[in-house]
Design a protein around this ligand. Structure first.
Ligand code: NI
Ligand code: MN
Length: 225
């Protein structure tokens, strides 16, 4: 499994011979100006929730790639009404896709579309594929529901928001790492706006002091699992 960070909460995942994009918000992020969305491949676009900083580039990329949009029922139906391919899910449900199994899990946040449409309730994804399992938390507070994840899935990596203000901060993400029983964390949802700027060295050291590994990778860089 290869995971590429496209800035903010945007990820590319290569798994099982398929390309997955998560929460594409690239053209609106000055920090990601070196990423050309017209070069991105996607068989699937996974959306954690409907906020603008997670869906801005969905329609452009879905038109370019003919990708299937996977999200909660309200978001999937929003895009289905606009003639995009979609796969609706809801919390606690999972589906075996051709690249692996995806479960839509709880997040504590909000989820209206920028135009005011109902974006359902926000979530995260657990992806089980190719002997490696990951958790993409989406925008969320620390929640006890995270403790449910390791009851079903042994995680190899978790992607957690750490920017504070709209989501967990670093300290809560460290507790989340305990709840999900995964010490290997890729941080996201930081630095994009003034509200979520963080001190990278400080964040990495706080995880290190608890025996955990926080990775903060540059926009456009990848990690292999
Ligand atoms: Ni949000
Ligand atoms: Mn967000």
């Amino acid at each position: 499994m290869k995971i590429t960070f496209y800035g903010h909460a945007s990820l590319g995942i290569e798994v099982g011979g398929k390309h997955i994009l998560v929460d594409p918000f690239i053209t609106g992020n000055p920090l990601a100006s070196h990423i050309d969305i017209n070069t991105l491949r996607a068989d699937y676009i996974l959306l954690t929730h409907a906020h603008g900083d997670h869906i801005l580039d969905v329609e452009t990329i879905a038109k370019n790639t003919d990708a299937v949009i996977v999200s909660n029922a309200e978001i999937a139906s929003y895009y289905a009404q606009r003639e995009f391919k979609s796969h609706p899910m809801n919390h606690g449900g999972s589906w075996q896709f051709d690249f692996g199994k995806v479960k839509y899990v709880n997040a504590i946040h909000s989820s209206s579309f920028p135009d005011g449409s109902n974006g359902g309730n926000p979530g995260g994804f657990v992806i089980e594929g190719e002997h490696k399992n990951i958790y993409i938390a989406g925008d969320t507070a620390l929640t006890m529901d995270m403790k449910l994840i390791p009851m079903r899935t042994k995680l190899d990596l978790a992607i957690l928001p750490i920017g504070n203000n709209f989501t967990m901060d670093v300290e809560d993400a460290i507790i989340a790492s305990d709840f999900i029983e995964c010490d290997k964390i890729l941080g996201y949802h930081f630095d994009t706006f003034g509200y979520i700027k963080i001190n990278h060295e400080d964040a990495i050291r706080k995880f290190f002091d608890k025996g955990k590994d926080l990775m903060l990778i540059a926009i456009g860089e990848s990690i292999e699992l």
